[in-house]
Design a protein. Sequence first.
Length: 512
Amino acid sequence: MTSTVQSAGSAETEKRPGRWLALAVLVLAVLLVAVDATVLGLATPYISEDLKPSGTQLLWIGDVYSFVIAGLLVSMGSLGDRVGRKKLLLIGSVAFGLISVLNAYASTPELMIVARALLGVAGATLMPATLALIRNLFHDPRERSLAIGIWGATASAGTAVGPVVGGFLLEHFWWGSVFLINLPVMAVLVLVGVKLLPESRNPEPGPWDLTSVVLSLVGMVGIVYGIKEAASHGPTLEAVAAGLLGAVALHRFVRRQLTLSTPLLDMRLFRNRGFSGAVLADLLTILGLSGLVFFLSQYLQLVQGRGPLEAGLAELPAAVGAVAAGLAAGTVARRYSVRAVAAGGLAAIGLALGTLTLLSQSTGYPLIGGALLVVGVGAGFAFTVTADVILSSVPNEQAGAASAVSETAYELGAALGIALLGSIVTGVYSGFAAPAGTPPAVADAAHESLGGAVEASAGLPNSEALVDAARSAFVDGITLAAGIGSVVLLAASVAAWVLLRGQKLEGGVEIS
């Protein structure tokens, strides 16, 4: 993209008075996804009690959404570039709302897993479309930085709204109600978005290569599933086969993109060191965070005995910190440097996770709340700046594909984090020794999940001893996962410092 074209685009955008209202519609979609992600953690103990999933099924309920969305994001981002980002966003929003109803009324663990997978298909249409439309609405670099900050802050606000609203609903209604809160947000988004959002697409998109779509999906799901199974059960034949299938599919995908005249994903984007560095930083950050966050709500409720609303309020500092940092990130990065803000944010998260290795069953809230606040500030700075770098590195017509790469890194990191760190928590937990005299059936149920231990021990003479042993093992698993997450985040900080050297937010970067 030449500077002339960029200037023209900027002038055109500055004349469009509705761009900030259009942004308000886009962040509703972000809110939709963020709220859904956070309420699941709060609802997990209730889902465990009602549907009685095994430990493996519980992990699938938590991460199958990320598996599917990671496999489809690049394809959906590219599809939006072709058929229109507004059209895809509105269709995806309707589907997301309707499938949320299926999640709410799932009656078996298997149906819940299928519902989460279908929600991933719908969710894959939302996030790339929102970022791509921001890229095309805001050509002025400083306006775009603020818009991305608002986008990121809304995602963080969703993490605050989700637990609080979800906690209120869980205390007054059944667990399925937490998924139904998506419906009014979806309705507002669609009704208002039809009027306010401008359509945006690649003027010369070329065909949508279905072979590439299949290779991308098989590759991502195969790799993530293989890692998940290996982390849970060791390098079994099934895990190795899935991983090899995924690796072969992704290799074929990359080779195919290099030969197509209009590829699903232009692999030349990765020649840009800033683009590659920002994507890697996002992936490592979410990997280090997600597995721990998935279990934190269970810790607050099942270990410390907080109600769901109180647990939701306890997680607010992370959202508050992320909102504040996200809005300030662009200004701070211009005053100092992109790599200082990104690397500093990641290091802050790593150090905060390190303090969570001190958790015990009786840990006071100041340590937990303080760590969550620092995590939120670090994430707000890092994610906003890396998203800005990624969008600034591509021409407008490739905004959807680039946004999809960013979101794929996010979702892949989430899937890997839950698979790896979640499996560590589960592995440490399942190895605890049940007190002498515990009936074998009760011990088996207790080893499946902490929620299962609390439920199965009811009425036993030694119920307190069993629950205490289960809680202690669960905390041991969380502290080990926090330590590993801390190491991953500190490594991500070093990588960001090296790879983002010389990156600036002002203006775009040519793709040659």
